[in-house]
Design a protein around this ligand. Sequence first.
Ligand SMILES: Nc1nc2c(c(=O)[nH]1)N[C@H]1C(S)=C(S)[C@@H](COP(=O)(O)OP(=O)(O)OC[C@H]3O[C@@H](n4cnc5c(N)ncnc54)[C@H](O)[C@@H]3O)O[C@H]1N2
Ligand code: MOO
Length: 427
Amino acid sequence: MRRTIAEHTAAVRELLAPALQRLREHAPETIPVGDPDLRTRVTAAAILTGTPLPPFDNSQMDGYAVRAADLADASASAPVSLPIGRTTAAGDRIGQHAPGTASPIMTGAVVPRGADAVVPIERCEPPQFGALSRVGDPPPTGSVAFSAPVEVGRFVRRAGEDARVGSEILPEGVRLTPARIGVLAAAGVVAVPVRPTLRVLVCSTGDELLRTDSLGAVSRGAATGLIHDANTPMLAAALRDAGAVVTTLRSGDRANDFRDAVLGSLAEVDLVITSGGISAGAFEVVREALAPLGIAFGSVAMQPGGPQGLGSLDRDGTAIPVVCFPGNPVSALISAETFVLPLLRDAAGLPAERRRERLRLAHDAESPVDKHQVRRGRIGADGRVTVSAPGSHLLSELAAADVLVHLPLGIDHFPADTPVDTWRLHD
Ligand SMILES: Nc1nc2c(c(=O)[nH]1)N[C@H]1C(S)=C(S)[C@@H](COP(=O)(O)OP(=O)(O)OC[C@H]3O[C@@H](n4cnc5c(N)ncnc54)[C@H](O)[C@@H]3O)O[C@H]1N2
Ligand code: MOO
């Protein structure tokens, strides 16, 4: 198998099509609003609120609830003084406001019956609260003076002014961003119907990998030959961002163990993604385990991400797609960005493509003529892009980059100021 990017993209699309079609036919899932995975999901129905937002008339300020009519004649030269009534704090049940009094009220507290406006404490005399009387306390004492009238409704947040009962707080088909999760929670929605999503098994391989739960430990370097597993958290995050539900599997270089672990996980997943163990070495665990099961390995004319594997595993008559990426972390993520994430984002109702822009190179760049090279670039103050070195182990360069920079097949020299296609990496 030796392919161009376009050929491999088409092959991956064809391989994943039945799984994505099954997804569209599934009934929606219902996820609790507190579930951390909700963040990447998309509503499967419009959500109506059963409660008004705000749920009751409440104060926008700390101050005094009054009847506006009582302050109609107030002025700086002739302030109106009112006896202080019972206090309502946020969380207190609704109180009763007596005409001709001023009821202390805190931000968010229910406006007491009989009051129709709030005057902020700093506009009152004295401009701070003294001893307050709440329900159950001895009766309130003292008075407070107002030196200006107040209009009805001032600093009162009306029940339902944000959303009326039965109104749509979220439409169907939108991603559950923080603000949208916030409005669901505010409306007391317990669980939300979401579009079904692909369940992906992310497998990282290699005897060199320290366990993910050792993150935080300093790598012990050449004495051990071990490194931290970057690909599992990275690919899992990328796939979750694309709307997938992810489980992970780490394996050493024993092919039988890896094969058994993957086959043992198939019941729970719709797609298997692997990284590492597919090129020309002597211990290529993914290739050794999966080639006998029909997964094809070969290369795509791109760099990084040259070695690739593709095929499917049988689960009781259903073909579960398997997509194998190279192990170098930059290669693995760029492979995911190129071949898999757009399909998943599209299926999840998200924009399939990264933000694409044509930017000018800030300097000359060289690229292998027989490969489509994907470099990492930073956008300078003049809008031109500076690319970093091509090595596919340079993960900190990837993390620091703003864009992926596409240097197409067939050209080996790109002079400064050449316009190139770029994909925004982090938004
Ligand atoms: N003789 C040849 N050697 C290599 C070729 C080739 O064509 N001929 N291709 C090179 C290219 S390009 C790539 S990309 C890699 C791909 O190799 P594998 O997919 O077999 O990956 P590994 O050998 O297992 O690992 C490569 C590299 O990445 C590191 N790695 C792997 N998994 C992780 C992980 N989860 N977290 C962090 N780092 C990981 C691994 O330690 C290696 O350094 O092959 C080249 N060789
Ligand atoms: O294809 Mo490898 O991914 O160049 O480093």
